[in-house]
Design a protein around this ligand. Structure first.
Ligand code: PMT
Length: 218
């Protein structure tokens, strides 16, 4: 099955701090990634879950690395790799403030809002795909609010991963924070194939994704 396969799962949001108390973040709960990690561990895989700031009970998982920012997540992935398989379900912020203020940013006396300069974060998924010791199977997620199919397909190509799991995060009942999801899987080696996993619990979606991983690897 997946015994002793070294598998990375990223999950949760990243927080990119402007000062000690404010950050750029998102509503990812880490549930989808954590459920995938649990399924993989049940199949005796050696799973490392690198997860952003979330409120989840993760006691059942053997290797959990909690991080806050995208840079920390990227560092943790590099330090714990290489992996046989990587699954990137984290909602990583594409940008971070160029400078983190040493003290709480105050309103300016002119009444004009402070200018916030952003710099690009490392693209963890892309870095995994171009690494010399690339995993045999790399799976990304695409969180979209519009043009799901087109955007997912272009992410599959641009990021360099083998599969992309697309979900519509504009809907309230699935995606961010919910216990439910509905996804479509797209494959690099089979551009005409797309597999829809209709509305079900994230634990069940995870089982179906992991079944496909087992079939691919064995
Ligand atoms: O956490 P939950 O509440 O359970 O919600 C699950 C989910 C909606 C967060 C999850 O199913 C999901 O869609 N995760 C990916 C979210 C995302 O940020 O997608 P994206 O389209 O912005 O990024 C595409 C891919 O690149 C993702 O695999 C992402 O992990 C990766 N990425 C993005 C930017 C970056 N700097 N580094 C990355 O690795």
């Amino acid at each position: 099955m997946l015994k002793s396969k070294k598998i990375l799962v990223t999950a949760g949001p990243t927080y990119e701090y402007l000062d000690d108390i404010r950050f750029i973040g998102n509503r990812s709960s880490g549930k989808q990634g954590a459920e995938i990690a649990k399924c993989l561990q049940k199949l005796e895989a050696d799973v490392t879950l690198v997860i952003g700031p979330v409120n989840l009970e993760l006691a059942g998982l053997n290797k959990v690395i909690r991080v806050e920012s995208a840079v920390q997540m990227n560092d943790a992935v590099i330090e714990t790799g290489p992996f046989d398989i990587a699954i990137c379900a984290a909602a990583v912020s594409d940008w971070r403030p160029k400078v983190k203020a040493k003290t709480k940013i105050k309103k300016s006396s002119t009444g004009k809002p402070q200018f916030l300069e952003l710099v690009e974060n490392p693209d963890i998924l892309k870095n995994i795909c171009i690494a010399e010791n690339r995993p045999d199977l790399v799976i990304g997620f695409a969180a979209e609010t519009n043009d799901l199919l087109t955007n997912a397909r272009s992410k599959l190509k641009n990021k360099g991963c083998d599969w992309i799991v697309a979900n519509d995060v504009s809907k309230k009942n699935i995606g961010f924070g919910s216990d439910y999801n509905e996804v479509t899987i797209h494959y690099k080696n089979n551009p005409n194939k797309k597999e829809k996993l209709s509305l079900k619990r994230k634990s069940e979606i995870s089982e179906e994704i992991v079944d496909r991983i087992v079939n691919q690897i064995n």
